[in-house]
Design a protein around this ligand. Structure first.
Ligand code: HEM
Length: 351
């Protein structure tokens, strides 16, 4: 076994930090562009399923809209407002599942606005979202495409096209055709709702299960570090897949052409060669920002700044708006395999 990568019988699993960085940066040898990639069987080509020039063409029109400055200008206030409303609604009750009542509605509302779908009924949008996620799962398990999946895709694609001028997708209409804009919009929706819900839920759990919450409530710099450390320990998107384009190797491990290479981001983020005391929540660690939860290389998460902004705002709103906030029954088990979340964030406070 080579440190950092091994065969698990069907695919190569990359667990080392250095090996993961090498694979994620070298798109010519380890590509996403393969017929086995299931999201593209639902959406057609998008930035998530292309590499090289084609990837740049799909991605470039959206990069500006997700830049830190544009995200701060466009979302900071709205997100704070939404968090304040969600917290105010649950405060009198003295207890709630913060995943269901804070993280989930915030993540969905922000993506809805980002994609210009503000006027679509929220429960309808969530139904489409569930149908699309289920379809990707089904296709991943080699199932046949369903009418439900196809209809949900058509419904979202149609709404996105109709609302183009008011959304972050507006500029994309100049360089991508309507089907390509819709494919990228659905990829953002699939990549930006569950993951952000998970990221917020993990951050709340890690803070409330440790003694860092009071310091994070009092100091924005500590809060940001705590969110980053939570992201390192539990990346909400745990595995990313690549396919070897030629016979190659990872360290001493031979990797034949066509091999599925799964990068285990959670394992790479806990590589003891990079992170001291890797399994513990330590927001003061110096190597904090070396985690790979948003990957590195050409496919680095386009929504990373927005997801961080949402998480910091949600956690701050909970810590400052819910007096004596504590977990009601300890940290929950983690559910999911590729997309992971704590099963719940049951919390109590003094109303
Ligand atoms: C506002 C929320 C988010 C949006 C809109 C978003 C959108 C995207 C998009 C469009 C990509 C594809 C980029 C490309 O292939 O060029 C991507 C990649 C990625 N995102 Fe996000 N994302 C969000 C939040 C998150 C969160 C919270 C996580 C995990 C904690 C995450 C993890 C990833 C990872 C691991 C990739 C790389 C996929 C790969 O290389 O195969 N994202 N994201």
């Amino acid at each position: 076994m080579t440190p950092g990568a091994h065969f698990d019988g069907e695919s190569v699993v990359v667990t080392g930090h250095q090996a993961a960085r090498t694979v994620l940066r070298d798109w010519q040898t380890f590509t996403v562009d393969d017929p086995r990639f299931t999201t593209s069987r639902l959406t057609g080509p998008s930035m998530l399923s292309t590499d090289g020039r084609e990837h740049a063409r799909h991605r470039a029109p959206f990069v500006g809209a997700f830049s830190p400055r544009r995200v701060d200008d466009r979302y900071a206030e709205q997100v704070q407002q939404l968090c304040a409303e969600l917290v105010a609604a649950i405060r009198p009750r003295g207890r709630a599942d913060l995943r269901q009542e804070l993280a989930a509605p915030l993540a969905a509302a922000v993506m809805q606005r980002a994609l210009g779908l503000g006027e679509v009924d929220r429960s309808m949008l969530l139904q489409w979202y569930d149908a699309l996620s289920a379809e990707v799962e089904l296709l991943t398990a080699d199932g046949a495409p369903t009418d439900t999946g196809r209809c949900a895709y058509a419904a979202v694609a149609e709404r996105v096209a109709a609302r183009l001028p008011g959304s972050v997708l507006a500029a994309a209409g100049d360089s991508l055709d309507p089907a390509e804009v819709s494919a990228n919009a659905v990829v953002m929706m699939l990549g930006g709702i569950d993951t952000t819900e998970g990221m917020i839920s993990f951050a709340l759990t890690h803070l409330l299960a440790s003694d860092w919450a009071p310091r994070a409530a009092a100091d924005p710099a500590v809060l940001e570090r705590a969110v980053e450390e939570s992201l390192r320990l539990e990346p909400a998107a745990r595995f990313v897949d690549r396919y070897a384009t030629a016979d190659t190797g990872i360290g001493a491990l031979a990797v034949p052409e066509g091999t599925l290479v799964r990068v285990d981001l959670r394992a790479a983020n806990r590589d003891p060669a990079v992170f001291t005391d890797p399994d513990h929540f330590r927001p003061d660690r110096p190597e904090l920002r070396r985690h790979l939860s948003f990957v590195v290389g050409p496919h680095v998460c386009i929504g990373a700044h927005l997801a961080r902004l949402e998480t910091v705002a949600a956690v701050r709103a909970a810590l400052t708006g819910l007096p004596e906030l504590a977990l009601a029954d300890g940290a929950a088990a983690v559910e999911g395999h590729v997309f992971v979340k704590p099963a719940h964030v049951h919390a109590r406070w003094t109303p």
